[in-house]
Ligand binder design. Structure first.
Ligand SMILES: [Zn+2]
Length: 249
């Protein structure tokens, strides 16, 4: 059980320190849940892989529909299937950090221990890609201000998912449920949460077969999280030039 004095629940999906609100995290850019934009872009994300059973079929579909996505990789699985990570990289998907051992932040797992686990994953991924990850998603969505601050120093942005785009595909709710969750709520700048590894037979692949062509039909383009983050800048109005400000007294 997490101590109430140390953590509080953010919209039922994770924990944050009491001194910072979701909007504070969002406005500072330290944690991202979505990037509202006028452009028809959407970011698909896949956690807990690579997975030798599901990942090849997921990648086949993403390649077929040219859907660049972001993979939040687990370090020890990367070590077991490096060829899948190479395939993800070769296509232009973004690779991101989801810890080495899929540990959750808890009383027994402090921000400092988490940081070490995350850096372990980083070294494993870097050995394959030659590039440092810039994005981190905490397992279970659990984070606090201490972890955010430590990871900021390591050059990471924390990426969550848009609340209405939590497909809960890990719980195998049915292909229709997964499909409906995404398609009934799709908005510009959403971050959709899927999983590569699932305990049992994945329904995610069958859902993607419906979701991908439908979103393309609606005019959406699939972007990586790093590309989505560029829309934060595009959304900001340029600052008013001082020379244009006319004093009225
Ligand atoms: Zn996970």
């Amino acid at each position: 059980m997490l101590g109430i004095s140390c953590f509080w629940l953010v919209a039922g999906h994770g924990f944050a320190a009491p001194d910072r609100s979701k909007s504070d995290y969002e406005q500072s850019g330290d944690v991202v849940w979505q990037v509202p934009t006028k452009d028809k872009v959407i970011a698909l994300t896949f956690d807990d892989g690579p997975d030798p059973t599901n990942t090849p079929a997921i990648l086949d579909l993403l390649e077929k529909y040219n859907a660049k996505s972001t993979f939040f990789l687990v370090g020890d699985k990367v070590e077991r299937s490096p060829q899948l990570v190479q395939r993800e990289m070769a296509f232009g998907h973004e690779l991101a950090n989801h810890t080495y051992s899929h540990s959750y932040l808890s009383r027994r797992m402090t921000p400092d221990q988490m940081r070490r686990d995350i850096l372990h994953a980083e070294s494993v991924i870097m050995a394959i890609t030659g590039k440092k990850c810039e994005l981190f998603r905490p397992p279970g969505g659990v984070f606090n201000a201490g972890l955010v601050s430590q990871l900021k120093q390591e050059g990471y942005t924390i990426v969550m998912w848009t609340w209405h785009q939590d497909t809960r595909d890990w719980s195998r709710p049915g292909v229709k449920k997964i499909t409906d969750t995404v398609l009934n709520h799709a908005r510009n700048g959403d971050i959709v949460l899927f999983h590569e590894y699932i305990n049992g037979k994945s329904q995610t692949i069958a859902a993607l077969e419906i979701i991908l062509p439908e979103l393309i039909q609606r005019g959406y383009r699939f972007v990586t999280i790093s590309e989505l983050l560029t829309y934060r800048v595009k959304n900001t109005d340029p600052p008013q030039s001082p020379s244009l400000i006319v004093a009225d007294n």
